[in-house]
Design a protein around this ligand. Structure first.
Ligand code: DX5
Ligand code: ZN
Length: 213
């Protein structure tokens, strides 16, 4: 299991310090939630925020774009230090074009789908991406409750893609349900409030140990 702590719930006045704590405790990825106030009701931050911590961190920067027509900003997000960029299937009519654009910059490509979006909507793109991100809350805010209805989607997706493919689950995952989500077939887990609302190092270790023993 790969834990990808989401900085959306971090204290931005000491972002570098918060990120270092989760890295020291064993996290390998960092989840970076970019929101534009159009695709989702909330606005978070842009590329300059994570650019400022890029040099201090060796984590895989897992950038989740909750923005409409993401092709407009791919280059900026790559330049700021993204290792992987995930776009939403609902965010543009030109999904294939966006995937190719991200790929052309030599970073990993992810495709996300909202809780109410059918798996069928993303199937044709699976051969062209490195990861599918299954949203387990309605995107826009940290700290929401996990939507159990997505469990079947995760299970089905794992059956379709086989073992060697990243399935990331994002939203409402914490110490009490992380193991179950991994058992359903996810291998990359986003956790925002479960990592950053409390003792960051302790929470990071606990989440990793809960799955990896
Ligand atoms: C929601 C974001 C999530 C969020 C997860 O739109 O995509 O990554 O930060 O936060 P928690 O883990 O608190 O649900
Ligand atoms: Zn996210």
């Amino acid at each position: 299991m790969i834990l990808s702590p989401s900085i959306l719930s971090a204290d931005f006045s000491k972002l570098g310090e918060c990120v270092k704590k989760t890295e020291d405790a064993g996290a390998k990825w960092l989840h970076i939630d970019v929101m534009d106030g159009i695709f989702v009701p909330n606005i978070s931050f842009g590329a300059c925020v994570y650019k400022s911590i890029r040099e201090q961190s060796n984590l895989f920067f897992d950038v989740h774009l909750m923005i409409t027509e993401p092709q407009r900003y791919i280059e900026d997000f790559v330049k700021a230090g993204a290792d992987g960029i995930t776009i939403h299937v609902e965010a543009t009519k030109n999904v294939k074009e966006c995937i190719e654009l991200i790929r052309s910059h030599n970073v990993k490509v992810g495709l996300a789908l909202n809780p109410e979006t059918d798996l069928e909507e993303i199937l044709e793109y699976i051969p062209y991406v490195d990861m599918i991100l299954v949203m387990s809350v309605h995107p826009g805010y940290g700290g929401q409750s996990y939507i159990e209805d997505v469990n079947d989607k995760i299970k089905k997706l794992r059956e379709i893609v086989g073992e060697d493919f990243n399935i990331e689950v994002d939203g409402g995952v914490n110490i009490s349900n992380i193991k179950k989500v991994v058992e359903l077939g996810a291998n990359v887990i986003v956790a925002g409030s479960a990592v950053f609302n409390g003792d960051i190092e302790k929470s990071t270790r606990a989440l990793i140990e809960e799955c990896d023993g």
